[in-house]
Design a protein around this ligand. Structure first.
Ligand code: ZN
Length: 214
């Protein structure tokens, strides 16, 4: 087991390594023969992981338009066949990705990951609001919990000891009811159905309790 001092020391080392890695990525981009037009495409900020992925796809197409001869990578200057140049940029067909593009992708990722995480959790909490309101209208005050490992938010009944179901937002107006052990009981259900699960359990805790042990 590590003691507190050792954990702090390791944490500081991880921070140092992260800074060194960021510096190395900037350096890779800086020393490459990237043209100013291509370089402009690598500077990017975005609000979510989805936007980041879309930016990668868009950038590959724009970079391919920038090539003078269909063969020379506009970022690192290496030469390919026209088809393998795309593979070099999109990391497919067992080609390792262009190290300049990879450095740019990782810089955007590491510079934004904390912000994306917070946005995603907030979005998931907001998505649960309709279920919360329906429960409240029935006199049942739900609780929101968040899981920072997967950026999820979920809703339970007023007391975790009484509640056996948790509600997740799937997106749009669809929800998922899971038992507290993680088994999915209802996929793609409406806010009304999800709220019903929590309200019913709140009103009939003993029935569920007996069923669970039956
Ligand atoms: Zn390249």
């Amino acid at each position: 087991m590590y003691d507190r001092d050792e954990i702090e020391k390791l944490r500081a080392q991880v921070q140092e390594l992260k800074h060194a890695l960021q510096h190395a990525r900037h350096l890779i981009i800086h020393v490459s023969p990237t043209s100013p037009e291509a370089w402009r495409l690598l500077r990017f900020t975005c609000k979510s992981k989805q936007e980041w992925r879309q930016w990668q796809r868009d950038t590959i197409n724009k970079l391919l338009e920038l090539t003078v001869d269909d063969r020379t990578c506009p970022l690192c200057g290496q030469r390919f066949t026209p088809v393998s140049l795309r593979w070099h940029l999109d990391d497919s067909h067992r080609m390792s990705r262009c190290s300049v593009f990879q450095a740019a992708i990782d810089l955007v990722h590491d510079g934004h990951i904390e912000e994306w995480r917070a946005n995603e959790i907030q979005e998931n909490i907001a998505g649960l609001a309709p279920v919360m309101e329906l429960c409240k209208a029935d006199g049942v005050n739900c609780q929101v919990y968040t899981n920072k490992h997967n950026n999820q938010a979920y809703l339970t009944g007023p007391s975790t000891r009484r509640s056996y179901s948790v509600i997740f937002w799937e997106g749009g107006d669809r929800f998922q009811v899971q038992a507290s052990n993680g088994c999915v009981e209802l996929f793609h259900c409406s806010a009304e159905d999800a709220a019903h699960a929590l309200i019913w359990e709140h009103q009939n805790p003993l029935k569920r309790w007996m069923k669970d042990r039956g």
